[in-house]
Design a protein around this ligand. Sequence first.
Ligand code: HEM
Ligand SMILES: *[C@@H]1O[C@H](CO)[C@@H](O)[C@H](O)[C@H]1NC(C)=O
Ligand SMILES: *[C@@H]1O[C@H](CO)[C@@H](O)[C@H](O)[C@H]1NC(C)=O
Length: 505
Amino acid sequence: MDLYSIMVLSAITISSSLILLLLLIGNKKKKEMNSMVPAVPGLPLIGNLLQLKAKKPHQTFAKWAETYGPIFSVKLGSSTMVVINSTELAKEAMVTRFSSISTRRPSNALTLLTSQKSIIAMADYGEYHKMAKRYILSAVLGAAAQKRNRGHRDILTENIVNFLYADIAGDSQSAVNLRKHFKNELFRLALMQALGKDIESIFVEELGVTMSKEEIFQVLVVDPMMGAIEVDWRDFFPYMRWVPNRSMEMKIHSMATRKRAITKALIMEQKKRIARGEKINCYLDYLVSEESTLTEEQLIALVWESIIETSDTTLVTSEWAMYELAKNPKFQDRLYQEILEVCGSEKIREEHLQQMPYLNAVFHETLRFHSPVPIIPPRYIHEDTQLGGYNVPAGTEITINLYACNMDKKDWDEPGVWNPERFLSSKYDQMDMYKTMAFGGGKRVCAGSLQAYLISCVAVGRFIQEFQWRLKEGELENVDTVQLTTHKLHPMQAYITPRESCVRK
Ligand code: HEM
Ligand SMILES: *[C@@H]1O[C@H](CO)[C@@H](O)[C@H](O)[C@H]1NC(C)=O
Ligand SMILES: *[C@@H]1O[C@H](CO)[C@@H](O)[C@H](O)[C@H]1NC(C)=O
């Protein structure tokens, strides 16, 4: 589960309460929807909502597109959302019409969790967004910063490989759980990049307790995601907002408080170091030196953002890539051949990536097929605009169904099959990071795409270089995803066998 899915969730969790209300109120107004963009009609909508509850919204949206076309609108309580189902229209929305479609309107819960939209991903496009995005690119995620952070990534891959060897040292027949190691190492990297230090535990003064690393992960990464899912349905019915829900409010409030207290404690500890004159290459040190314009709340929110965003989507992508390779020995062997040819007896390094079209193809095909962000977090249209020749009024929300764009038979041959080789044909520009739009596009494009690419490709390449992978029995069918995202529900279980021409020693 990742932050983006949650942003999406918060806008589209319409489920049972909405249905109930529609039934209760017998809302006749639902037929007067945006008369311009084709609207999914009211009464059938209730049926579809039941469907939306049972299935993944990206799949339901794709189905509706069959009837209503590549752009249509649905009613979410009192607001209207336009859904886009084609790459061409997606580009129009993200690039051409950007100036009218650049803000966000998150749910109450998400607004609270992001300290009033203080994180880059939720901030409206404007001075604050531009400044903060420049900060994270200069300090952490841009090409030059990623060069400085190289050591953290090398350690990540090395550690995971060593843990995998340790796993099979005692019992070579048992299946390994890659996610466990990847998750820990990615969190360590997130802390190193954000704070300059890996933390085992911390005393949180505001809460009066010492938190272990596991608890810190829970509060900073897991809880906020789950919390945002507890979306307040009243968000969809602004005229119902006055109805108090103490239990919900308390829960989200306590989540936001704990998250803030821990992030603050982590920052305070490092500020002591900075005060001693010990500077480290990390986001916090950069932000503190630029801090003059940042409030304390903003500083806390930005540091937290970099931790939560680093800790999830890259893991999702890498785990699915390994799942597909373990499942398809043919593709795994082809990739191994490429690794042998390019790296010889050396360990695969970032410098090799440019010469490895097959590995790049595995990465892109995984993003296409298992996009970690199947629906781009809704944007808010703040001034009247046009899309696909339709008028779209201010006040509408818009979302792009990436899943549908990447499953379209018009753009992809046999889209329902995971096949990296499609990216090797001359039809596709192989090094283009953005053709699947997995990282969004335009001015709000993902800031972390380079990091995700470097970590995921080297890790996957190295895992295949060191071991032969085979799925555990039963894994083939085990493809459930977490609720509404593409996070694999159960960690992949696989058998690994060290390769004979092992490069380790
Ligand atoms: C495979 C991994 C990843 C995928 C698929 C992904 C995808 C996305 C998507 C779809 C967006 C929204 C774009 C939009 O609204 O149009 C986004 C935004 C963002 N991502 Fe990522 N992301 C990934 C990894 C990361 C990492 C590792 C970071 C590191 C901190 C990161 C930081 C951000 C930030 C800061 C934004 C907000 C950009 C803005 O609003 O201007 N992402 N990402
Ligand atoms: C209040 O929020 C809780 C979740 O914390 C939820 O279970 C309950 O249904 C909500 N009550 C109302 C009236 O919405
Ligand atoms: C919407 O997306 C689905 C899935 O990719 C595709 O099959 C369908 O043709 C698309 N519909 C339109 C009208 O673009």
